[in-house]
Design a protein around this ligand. Structure first.
Ligand SMILES: *Cc1c(COP(=O)(O)O)cnc(C)c1O
Length: 386
């Protein structure tokens, strides 16, 4: 049996895999088992922020791997502290909790919000407003937070206490806040899985006002939008927000699993000893890699992301076969005449790996993709959508 047959025999069928086995990568390129080369316009779903096998990241990770790979959270370790300090200094957040994935980072934020509201407003104040079409993870609680029924249906009953409002509908959020006992509002600055849809500035402003006036915590899920993806360090920075909780994962680890829940002033002291934990959370190898990744997300890289974004928007707007372009930074959704699935296949055949988000073609290239590869990929996509 070959790899594909064995995969099908031994691995649960939860993924619709593309018919291709990737064997290695370098920078913004991958190769498959036949030696065919691909330009990476997906970054392993916004994870390989600096591409495959980035030299600085590999060195940071392997140095730590050769020093100490794990200690548990019963001991102090330097990489974790370096990462926490860098995150707090660059965001103004006060404290962080380390987990291993986006869903876990969101679980932490949800626990903080519930405990905060229970202590300040009473145990019956625990509802969290999330947005319709959002995506917050696959655990039973983060599925409940996810405002898409298709993800819910086979796993009922989910964790109780989530309310859903349409994105960019401030009146709907206000109504829920008036009628229910609300602990927090949770949103992605740009809905990723939902179709690469940025929130509007006015809506964000309104959310912030409600959060401030009603002492409701504002949670920004930056699992996909974070770490430079939108052209700012975190997506909320495009909207003048000052969230109480910011979660991130995906790109921060550069390819190794890490999740973070960052806490602002209102939330920093909510979790107390014994109230939350993780065996692997903040693992020194992942943390050392993340310290390196974060150090590379500087003004120069962010300006580069903005320029590449402008280039792609210009290239795709009004192009034949493309109905609309949405997104922010290097997180771009294309509504195409052909079905998204067909465009993904046609791109792959032509040596470019792109993603889907609902009925859109989604682009999430490594932030440091060389301009010539980006231009090449854009030409292939333009050909594939026609
Ligand atoms: C991917 C994603 C998650 C879930 O992250 P995992 O690491 O797969 O658990 C949560 N929120 C958003 C916005 C995401 O894009």
């Amino acid at each position: 049996m070959n790899i594909k047959e064995k995969d099908s025999q031994y691995i649960a069928h939860t993924y619709g895999r593309f018919p291709l086995e990737l064997t290695h990568g370098k920078g913004s390129r991958f190769w498959d088992d036949t030696g065919k080369e691909y330009i990476d316009m997906g970054s392993g779903i916004a994870v390989n922020l600096l591409g495959a096998c980035n030299e600085g990241w590999v060195k940071a990770v392997t140095d730590q791997l050769n020093t100490l790979q794990h200690t548990s959270n019963l001991y102090f370790t330097a990489p974790q502290v370096q990462l926490a300090e860098a995150l707090c200094k660059r965001t103004g957040m006060k404290k962080v909790f380390f987990a291993n994935s986006g869903a876990e980072a969101n679980e932490c934020a949800i626990k903080v919000a519930r405990k905060y509201a229970a202590e300040k407003k009473g145990k019956d104040c625990y509802k969290i407003i999330t947005l319709i079409n959002s995506f917050h993870g696959r655990t039973v609680t983060t599925l409940a937070a996810t405002g898409q029924e298709t993800f819910h249906q086979d796993f009922l009953p989910l964790t109780e206490g989530f309310l859903y409002a349409p994105a960019n509908d401030l009146e709907a959020v206000k109504k829920l806040v008036e009628e229910e006992k609300v602990a927090a509002i949770m949103a992605e600055p740009v809905q990723g899985e939902g179709g690469v849809l940025p929130l509007s500035k006015e809506f964000c402003k309104g959310l912030q006002r409600i959060a401030d006036e009603e002492d409701i915590l504002l949670i920004m899920d930056e699992v996909q939008t974070g770490n430079g993806r939108t052209g700012k360090l975190y997506g909320y920075m495009n909207f003048d927000l000052h969230p109480d909780l910011v979660t991130t994962a995906k790109g921060l680890g550069g390819g190794l699993p890490i999740g973070v829940c960052m806490m602002g002033e209102r939330a920093e002291n909510v979790l107390t000893p014994g109230t939350h934990g993780s065996t692997f959370g903040g693992n020194p190898v992942c943390a050392a890699g993340a310290v390196y990744i974060l150090s590379q997300i500087n003004e120069e890289l962010l300006t580069e992301v903005q320029k590449k974004s402008e280039y792609l928007f210009k290239k795709f707007q009004d192009a034949p076969g493309i109905k609309s372009v949405s997104g922010m930074g290097l997180m771009i959704g294309l509504e195409t005449d052909r079905s998204a699935g067909e465009v993904v296949d046609r791109c792959r055949e032509r040596g470019v790996l792109v993603l889907k988000a609902k009925e859109k073609v989604r682009l999430l290239p490594p932030l440091n993709i060389p301009m010539e590869l980006l231009e090449k990929a854009a030409e292939v996509i333009l050909e594939a959508v026609r």
